[in-house]
Design a protein around this ligand. Structure first.
Ligand code: IMP
Ligand code: MG
Length: 178
C-alpha cells in the first residue's frame, strides 16, 4: 500500500475563507474583545490564521480533549487532557475547532464552557461534516461543509501526521502491484 494526499481544498481557498470569517467576526463583535479558545491540537493552525485576521482586541487560550485514538473512527469518549489557563466568566468566547464530525466533542465542550458563565459563547469551525452528526451542535461560523471523507492538513492529522499541510486533503491508499 502506498499513501498519498489528494487536495480537497487548496491553500488559496482556505486562506480566502479564513479572511472572510475574520472579517465577519470583526463586524459581529465590533466594540468588544474576543477570547479565542483553541481546541488542541487540530484547531491550532486555524486559530493562528484566524486571530491575525480579526481586527479587535483578541486574547487566546488552549484546551485539549481527547475523542480519537490513532484511528479514523470516533471512540465516543471525551476526556479533558488540558484545561484552560484562565477563567472565561463574562468574556465573549469563541471556540475555534478544526472540524465538527459526530459533534460529540463539541457538544460536551460547549456545555462544560457554558457552565463557567461566559458573556457569550460561539463556535467557529474550519470544517463541518454535517452528514456525520450524531449529537446536534450549533455552529456559528463554518469555513467549509465537506462530504463524509477523512481529511488531513491545516491542523488535521492522520495518526499525528499531515497537520502541517497548508491545504485540506484526503488520504488515499493505493495498492502497489509487483
Ligand atoms: P467529533 O467529536 O466526532 O465531532 O470529532 C471531532 C474531532 O475528531 C475533531 O476535532 C478532529 O480532531 C477529529 N476528526 C473528525 N473528523 C476528522 C477527519 O476527517 N480528519 C481528522 N480528524 C478528524
Ligand atoms: Mg484531532
Amino acid at each position: 500500500m502506498t499513501e498519498r494526499v489528494e487536495t480537497m481544498i487548496s491553500e488559496a481557498d482556505v486562506d480566502r475563507r479564513i479572511q472572510e470569517i475574520g472579517e465577519a467576526i470583526t463586524r459581529d463583535y465590533a466594540g468588544k474583545s474576543v477570547h479565542l479558545v483553541c481546541v488542541l491540537k487540530g484547531g491550532s493552525f486555524f486559530m493562528c490564521e484566524l486571530a491575525k485576521r480579526i481586527d479587535l482586541p483578541v486574547s487566546l487560550d488552549f484546551m485539549s480533549v481527547s475523542s480519537y485514538g490513532g484511528d479514523t473512527k470516533s471512540s465516543g469518549v471525551v476526556r479533558i487532557i488540558k484545561d484552560l489557563d484562565d477563567p472565561i466568566k463574562d468574556k465573549d468566547v469563541i471556540v475555534v475547532e478544526d472540524i465538527v464530525d459526530s459533534g460529540r466533542t463539541l457538544s460536551y465542550l460547549l456545555e462544560l464552557l457554558n457552565d463557567r458563565k461566559p458573556k457569550s459563547l460561539a463556535l467557529c469551525t474550519l470544517l463541518d461534516k454535517p452528514s456525520r452528526r450524531v449529537v446536534p451542535v450549533n455552529v456559528n461560523y463554518t469555513g467549509f461543509e465537506i462530504p463524509d471523507e477523512f481529511v488531513v492538513g491545516y491542523g488535521l492529522d492522520y495518526d499525528q501526521r499531515y497537520r502541517n499541510l497548508p491545504y485540506i486533503g484526503v488520504v488515499r491508499f493505493d495498492e502497489v502491484k509487483d
